[in-house]
Ligand binder design. Sequence first.
Ligand code: FES
Length: 210
Amino acid sequence: MATVKETAGSNGKAPQAATTDDAAPSIDGVVLKTEGEDRVRRRDFINIAAVSFAGIGAAAVILPVLTTMSASADVLALASIEVDVSAIQPGQAIKTSWRKQPIFIRNLMPAEIAEANKVDLGGLREPQTLAERTKPGKENWLITLGVCTHLGCVPLGAAAGEVKGEYGGYFCPCHGSHYDTAGRIRKGPAPLNLEVPEFSFLSDTIVKIG
Ligand code: FES
């Protein structure tokens, strides 16, 4: 019989496999896995290895293209953009792009600000207040990368009529990550909040990103 010692996770809790398998034998806290479970883990590893090789193959194809574009990429890395947000009404958002990444600029309604501020930070995966993610006096302007922190998809919720998820912010449908009105991850596999880029207001209506 194969044995696997499960160590505590970073949050100090025992891993799920140890807590959900009450019937699993243990010695001094060491959970003994069955051969069947071991086979499952081997199969998972094979699947992961196959995906990794596919990724390496893709990188090998893409690398020459990136090399030829390196000069423009350097220029892009330094670039900033200025956006006139005066036409974005409360409750609306726009998508733009910066350094080839999608950016969401959202004008939060008072109710959305209140919703964000009443959340218990202790229950958040990445605890951050709305104030920490916006600028003083301009908490209504939520500016984030439109890139899901799970696998990098572009979440829904910035365009009119798009699904905003269970917490009224953004929703990434590929694996079901839900972000709230402060762009914080609340449900699903994404590990982190939507990233807030470096930005500043040049005036009441012009924001500089980068
Ligand atoms: S990439 Fe967004 S949930 Fe997977």
